[in-house]
Design a protein around this ligand. Structure first.
Ligand code: SF4
Length: 364
């Protein structure tokens, strides 16, 4: 499909969102009301409008989580292959003109990249960006939280798969549970909306489900149970998944969770815990996929663009920048990337790895 055909298809009634597979998505405008720039390069052939860009700013991490990378780590990218902060700002300026409204800074572990708070402060000056979030392992939060608040960060997701020190060490190959818990406390104390991401792994941490509900309730925080997903070299199999419905069943024996309204593009389904400000959420990519309302694009640390978590990168935006390419060339590349996006990931029971990147290289 050529770019012109794609542009035409995005606007033609045949692909009008109201009749496509994503009927619940809001109608897509051809131009951005703020900048007047065309937004078609962010609309895929199913009418999904991609206004959420996840940016990995490093492929390095100070933890060694077993489901993310091998003990000895992965071969880090040479520094000169990694996007500079100037290049990230340039790309965000381009995407914001096209209609991106939400950014999430990820890694590897983004907080270990020197100057990342300055980058957040800089990106926050873009008036088109409504939300700027961070995903972190929390090891630096107790130090950085006040500066992140001042830099204008909207929210933080902290990855924490256990509340037990021994198990924390077994999963992350680090003994920093107390530091992470302190980081969560500091983030909340500095009034940064904070959530906790828990990758549920049967036989590893599934006996802590109720403990995490109590944690959410006592800390007035949202705990998100994430189904274990397949990434390169993480020994995933469909039987290593504890489904969200099963987790809800386990919780339902002790708590009457109340479902909360959400948006089609939300990845998590949220529930309130009666009598507490805490919440529980489920990210069910494996058993209850939410691809129909997908609004996400991903930029790897070396500037490659992915249309889906599970599809390989399609284009290098870094290379276009480095040969002084134009916005039109960036737009062409983004449209080409989205032209290859599927309606949704196939059933996981017969999963085939399509991406040559590990989770630490994608940023989740
Ligand atoms: S699996 Fe891919 S298409 Fe589906 S929600 Fe995730 S990123 Fe979007």
């Amino acid at each position: 499909m050529t770019l012109i055909m794609l542009l035409n298809s995005a606007r033609s009634p045949k692909y009008d969102v109201r009749v496509g597979s994503t009927a619940e998505c809001p109608p897509t405008q051809a131009t951005d009301p703020q900048s007047g720039a065309s937004k078609t390069c962010l609309v895929d052939r199913f009418g999904r409008f991609h206004d959420y860009l996840r940016i990995s700013i490093t492929d390095r991490c100070n933890f060694r989580c077993t489901y993310c990378m091998p003990e000895k780590g992965v071969k880090w990218k040479p520094r000169d292959e990694i996007l500079t902060f100037e290049e990230i700002v340039q790309l965000v300026t381009f995407f914001a003109k096209k209609g991106v409204r939400k950014l999430r800074i990820t890694g590897g572990e983004p907080t270990i990249r020197h100057g990342y708070i300055d980058l957040i402060r800089e990106l926050r000056t873009n008036p088109a960006i409504e939300e700027l979030a961070l995903t972190t392992n929390g090891s630096r939060l107790s130090k950085d939280a006040p500066f992140l608040k001042e830099a204008g960060l909207s929210s933080i997701n902290v990855s924490l798969d256990t509340l037990r020190a021994d198990r924390f060490e077994a999963i992350t190959r680090r003994s920093e549970l107390e530091l992470v818990l302190k980081g969560i406390e500091f983030s909340q104390a500095h009034d940064i909306p904070t959530k906790v991401n828990v990758v549920m792994m049967p036989g590893v941490n599934d006996d802590e489900i109720i403990d995490f509900v109590h944690f959410a309730s006592s800390k007035c925080i949202t705990v998100r149970f994430i189904e274990f997903m397949p990434f390169l070299n993480n020994n995933w199999s469909s039987c290593s998944v504890l489904s969200s419905s099963k987790i809800r069943e386990i919780i339902g024996k002790e708590f009457q969770l109340q479902a909360l309204d959400g948006y089609p593009s939300d990845v998590a389904r949220e529930y309130s815990i009666p009598g507490s400000a805490g919440r529980i959420a489920f990210v069910s990519s494996v058993t209850e996929s939410f691809c129909g309302g997908c609004s996400r694009l991903r930029l790897t640390a070396d500037g490659e663009l992915k249309s889906c978590l599970f599809l390989p990168p399609a284009v290098s935006l870094r290379d276009i920048l480095r040969y002084n390419g134009t916005d039109d060339e960036l737009e062409q590349a983004v449209a080409t990337c989205l032209a290859g996006k599927w309606a949704g990931h196939p059933p996981m029971r017969d999963w085939a790895q399509r991406d040559h990147l590990t989770m630490v290289q994608i940023g989740g």
